[in-house]
Design a protein around this ligand. Structure first.
Ligand SMILES: [Mn+2]
Length: 433
């Protein structure tokens, strides 16, 4: 049976207790999980998908309830100030978010949550990575994603989606997929309200549903606006994004409580400002905040994306190490981050705005052993043109390129700024083979 119509808040509380109950009594669960960088897009895709789909599951669903899980431990939520800002608009706070901490511990997860009792739906990635991938990779039964196809999800997914398409935000694809169910739910909500309610309570009922819908719509809208720079980044924005924004915005504006005060540009600015507000975080946390790991090719590759430039990170490193040698402190902090994770190859991608207001990217690549070095050299040669790599110089005039003593490193300006980690990661991975 479908989950009754509820607010996001009510739904997430229900999902958490249902997951606990299912693990305790060895029942089946359907889990919707975003990627391990757990950015805003991954978070909103998984929640929105699980929320609407649980209220309107298909007849052949593995379970009627879909449980959304953020692919990070609970302790990593405070690294994402934009989550906290957005939650306010959806009448949530961080404790409603289900995280990896809500699953049994990795050491016992296989017995407590046997793979055959699970179905996994991937959103915002199409290959389940890490330990979860090793244990549950074969029980993935649906995907909606906007990254390169990795061929890991079976072609036949029955009643669940199998959508891998280009779009600025994966949340746009999820919105598009859910739209018929969501519309139907709203129609039903209105008519069942009419059947049950008398007089004033009818308008109360439908007003409540509109508030719930508007909360969910804001959750989705935020990711699409962030991923497309408020639909202004032409290299990223697709028709999927434009249509989804139109749809979600209409849902917000049809809620009388919000219609008068909602302003899309302001909403975008608010979330974007929160996202860039990383000054209070430790450097190691900044590097792990938006971090992805690939370890399926006999080598470990880690890539961090950061919304501030290297100069900012140098200052941060110098403050933390209480030194004036900012460049050295920064490199030491990066080295520590990568070696603690036993990486063969590490890359740091920064985004920032130049003094003239131009969007810019820096790219650091650091290889820590022979196989990594071979891959890094190959990447530097083969991707130079596509990424528009140009020599980079630190503010103090130093270059960070290095070749010898068992490691290799370089930092470039990446002038082809349209290429995010979505492109850089496959290029690095190609060089690793
Ligand atoms: Mn995404």
């Amino acid at each position: 049976m479908a989950v009754p119509r509820n607010s996001l808040r009510g739904f997430l509380a229900h999902a958490r207790s249902a997951l606990r109950g299912a693990v305790e009594s060895s029942q089946k669960v359907t889990i919707v999980v975003g990627n391990e960088s757990a950015d805003l897009d991954s978070m909103t895709c998984s929640i929105l998908f699980a929320y609407i789909r649980s209220m309107a599951p298909s007849r052949n669903a593995f379970t009627p309830l879909y449980i959304p899980i953020a692919n990070i431990p609970k302790s990593a939520i405070p690294l994402r100030p934009e989550f906290l800002e957005l939650f306010k608009h959806a009448n949530l706070d961080s404790h409603y978010l289900l995280t990896l901490d809500d699953l049994p511990e990795l050491s016992t997860i296989k017995s407590k949550l046997p793979p055959e009792n699970t179905k996994w739906i991937l959103v915002d990635h199409n290959a389940l990575q890490g330990q979860l991938g090793k244990i549950y990779g074969d029980t993935v039964g649906g995907v909606i994603d906007h990254h390169d196809e990795e061929g890991k999800v079976p072609n036949e997914t029955g009643d669940e989606p199998r959508i891998v398409e280009k779009s600025g935000s994966c949340t746009s694809l999820v919105t598009e997929y859910l739209r018929p169910s969501w519309d139907l739910l709203s129609d039903l909500g209105m008519s069942s309200g009419a059947a049950h309610a008398q007089g004033d309570s009818l308008s109360d009922d439908s007003a409540l549903v509109k508030v719930w819908d508007a909360e969910a719509a804001q959750l989705g809208l935020a990711s699409i606006l962030i991923d497309t720079a408020n639909l202004s980044d032409t290299s990223k924005t697709t028709d999927h994004d434009r249509k989804a924004v139109e749809y979600l915005e209409a849902r917000i504006l049809s809620c009388p409580k919000l219609a008068a005060s909602f302003d899309r540009n302001k909403f975008y600015e608010q979330i974007d400002t929160a996202k860039r507000d990383i000054g209070g975080l430790q450097l190691q946390d900044i590097l792990r905040k938006d971090y992805k790991l690939w370890d399926d090719k006999g080598q470990k590759l880690g890539i961090s994306s950061v919304v501030k430039n290297i100069e900012f990170l140098q200052k941060k490193a110098a403050d933390e190490a209480n030194t004036s040698a900012a460049g050295d402190a920064f490199l030491e902090a990066v080295r520590r981050f990568a070696t603690e994770r036993e990486l063969d190859l590490y890359s740091l991608m920064t985004t920032s705005t130049s003094a003239e207001g131009r969007f810019q990217r820096e790219l650091l690549v650091w290889a820590f052993n022979e196989p990594g070095i071979a891959a890094a050299r190959k990447f530097a040669t083969e991707s130079c043109d596509e990424l528009g790599l140009e020599d980079w110089q630190s503010g103090d005039g130093k270059m960070y390129d290095h070749d010898g003593d068992g490691y290799w490193r370089n930092v470039w300006w990446q002038r082809k700024v349209q290429h995010s980690r979505k492109r850089v990661a496959p290029l690095l991975r190609e060089a690793m083979t």
